[in-house]
Ligand binder design. Sequence first.
Ligand code: DGT
Length: 230
Amino acid sequence: KSISKRIMSALPKKNGHHQKFTICVEGNIASGKTSFLEYFKDTHDVEVIEEPVNKWRNVQGGNILAKMYEDPTRWSLTLQTYVQLTMLQNHVKSQEKTIKLMERSIYSAKYCFVENLHNSGKMPDLEFAVLSEWFDWILDFHKCPLDLIVYLQTTPEIVYDRIKKRQRKEEQTIPIEYLQTLHNLHEDWLIHQRKFPVPCKVLTLDANYELDYMHKVFEENRKKIICDSG
Ligand code: DGT
């Protein structure tokens, strides 16, 4: 913690106060984003905003995440509309501490998940068009600024095994091809940077290791993560 305090005190100040920053962690399903947030959640002057996945599993009693996996053609638009809303709520949530750390973003929802559903024919063109117009309008209006993306890079095989092990019931039918496609979309966006705008700097971490080793990787990169956001 004292290291973090020292790092934080080196961050730029405006009128005697630290400027505020937002860091977002991205990566395939089961790449370890929650563990990343968990690791940094007690860091001095950092606040963590968890992904609203539990909201998606209980919308006024209905589980639209499960419905999307069961019947994507019927339920993708419903889920993605709600994902877009809940992500926006997290982006605009006022922040007390200097650094806001969030899991996923409105960007990966659109550039990876919506893109995949549309490309694979599960989301019709018109539904895609409506969501895209909403997305563009939201960004014009709210900006949703990020200062750093930490990309947890994994192989599809590794995350496939983790999904099998963690047994989240909605996810048990996910085929490896789905993870491969999502992986490619993350890579196109964040590594090759050729398909969609990248909203900020990107720090890529190899996240194919077990949790104990990942904690070392996180610690080694602590300074980069906190300082690169500033
Ligand atoms: P972690 O901590 O890296 O293991 O993260 P996860 O796997 O808990 O979180 P995430 O966001 O990769 O995925 C949670 C579940 O929600 C997973 O079944 C994929 C799904 N999901 C997340 N965002 C979207 C989205 O925008 N659209 C669709 N269709 N599914 C999504």
